[in-house]
Ligand binder design. Sequence first.
Ligand SMILES: Cc1cc2nc3c(=O)[nH]c(=O)nc-3n(C[C@H](O)[C@H](O)[C@H](O)COP(=O)(O)O)c2cc1C
Length: 374
Amino acid sequence: MTNTPAESRLFEPTSLGALYLPNRLVMAPMTRNRADVDGVPQAVMATYYAQRASAGLIIAEASTPNAIGQTYPNITAIYNQAHVAGWRRVTDTVSAAGGRMFLQLQHGGRVGHPDTSGLTPVAPSPVPLPETIFTPAGHQNAVVPREMTIDEIRTTVADFAAAARYAVDAGFAGVEVHAANGYLLHQFLAQGTNHRTDAYGGSAADRIRFPVEVVQAVADAIGPERVGVRIAPGITVNGIQEGDTEEIYPALIAALTDAGLAYLHVVFADPDLPLFQEIRKTWSGTLIANPVLGWGQPLPADGGRSEGERLLAAGADLISLGRSFLANPDLVERLRIGAPVNQVRDEGLMYSGGETGYTDYPALAPTEHAARTA
Ligand SMILES: Cc1cc2nc3c(=O)[nH]c(=O)nc-3n(C[C@H](O)[C@H](O)[C@H](O)COP(=O)(O)O)c2cc1C
């Protein structure tokens, strides 16, 4: 007898541009702070990602495109040959295990600290993060960021484009531009953090200018079919106050929809929200949706499968999951056969540490797998 659940579109092969994806499950980008102090990925990261190579696509964790964009200690970077070499070890190991990877490009903007990067963070306007931030000396008050000059805006756009080229050299199939979760691009989109009176602030058309310039420069550098964009409409993480969520995202999507990009990736996507439905209608390309599974709550027993299926039914093309992939190297198989998922064991080890809480999450034992599929 089999207790395999009914077939699901989650496990159908599909494609993303020229990439063949064996299923529609995407590992969401997750910062795990296992790089060295210079942002170079360490050998253990190759093991971690290769364990998860059965994902349809892996979007590797946020990597900074320059020194000043560093958010937290030991995050990864992608702006020199040492970073390329460190990442190349990861992508080669994942490819050998049958997987495919994009790399997320993230500039922290005001989410950074001089004790971490050695530099005063920059942002659209001198509005500090209204929370403490983790640094090598522990949690500290945020500092007031320096307002970016027009020259700095131009060099930052160029840094994103260069980072995308480095990512391709490092063996990534493409990059995801991070315009979500309160980091630099989101700070430009949001009224609470963007008080500029030049061409990069004010109306929605002006607040989308910097994110659109970044995406365009990255697309020109490596080809639009290798570029995704992550957004988090309405999310208030990192003290973000968008002010006009219902206006800014339609404007952003209208500016990007004809660019031939690989995908748009929506964080905490709720298929019942009118804005999600509008995004689906107006975005002509591939849509990756990251379901709402209850942040800070235990993972659902099905690892997010039913929420993923609900989003596919609402028009999403691919489903990204974060913590379920973190805690389950064989997540795709567990979801496919309806096996229970491992919970995240120690939240303290999500953002620091070595192998413990990282590469030691177990796959299903062969006997348990056999019992469930017999
Ligand atoms: C440890 C950890 C690190 C994360 N780092 C990133 C990141 O680097 N970039 C990003 O866009 N989101 C990041 N996220 C958010 C996840 O991509 C995802 O949106 C979130 O975990 C919700 O999905 P889930 O409920 O399936 O975990 C992180 C989440 C976790 C748990």
